[in-house]
Design a protein around this ligand. Structure first.
Ligand SMILES: [Zn+2]
Length: 66
């Protein structure tokens, strides 16, 4: 069983991020056009920068979901 080529989908991926302030984990869109806030403590976890979602220092990426 071999692994095929890596499929890159830069415009349609989701990130599982963890809020370092309250330890809430949530799924965010990797290409969001608006700020993403923590569902639990309402802090801003990510902001849109140049069409991509830039995580803030308070948020840590746990895993990338395809
Ligand atoms: Zn939080």
């Amino acid at each position: 069983m071999t692994k095929g080529e890596i499929v890159q989908q830069p415009n349609s991926r989701f990130l599982k991020v963890k809020c370092l302030d309250c330890e809430n984990e949530q799924i965010i869109f990797g290409n969001a056009s608006t700020e993403v806030k923590c569902l639990k403590c309402d802090k801003v976890l990510a902001k849109p920068v140049g069409g991509k979602t830039k995580l803030q220092p308070i948020a840590r990426e746990v895993e990338t979901l395809q």
